[in-house]
Write a protein of this length. Structure first.
Length: 133
């Protein structure tokens, strides 16, 4: 799933995209897009500081090992309004999220919206990907 997302990413993300993931070198090898490790701390402040510091606007949630579940899932669930869904490979499979500016009041129940056109290479590509699913 990790490599499936990495193969699709260069067709749908801007050339300047930076993606937080578990294996940024592998992601770069497969996609040609820059990447950084997400922090190995489940605290939202650590995650968003890393995203800001690296210029990352995307995070890949995958099942390579239990790290995404341990460190990314708590941030996604506690600050769901600071993320949007780009695309995924299916239920319980790898998903690429857009990272929004940090919102101050997290929702009581996690809720993810689809990412707007500003996260995509183009609005036409966004429509094509979303209509294919």
């Amino acid at each position: 799933d990790f490599y499936g997302i990495a193969e699709i990413a260069p067709r749908v993300l801007p050339d300047s995209a930076v993606v937080l993931s578990r294996k940024p070198r592998n992601f770069y090898s497969a996609s040609g897009l820059q990447g950084q490790n997400y922090p190995l701390f489940p605290e939202p402040d650590s995650f968003f500081n890393t995203a800001r510091g690296t210029g990352a606007r995307y995070v890949l949630f995958d099942g390579i090992d239990a790290l995404a579940q341990a460190y990314v899932a708590p941030v996604l669930m506690s600050r769901s309004n600071s993320f949007c869904i780009m695309f995924g490979l299916g239920q319980d499979r790898a998903t690429l999220f857009g990272i929004r500016p940090v919102m101050t009041a997290p929702p009581a129940t996690p809720n993810f919206e689809l990412c707007g056109p500003e996260f995509w290479r183009s609005a036409a590509i966004r429509d094509s990907v979303l209509n294919a699913n």
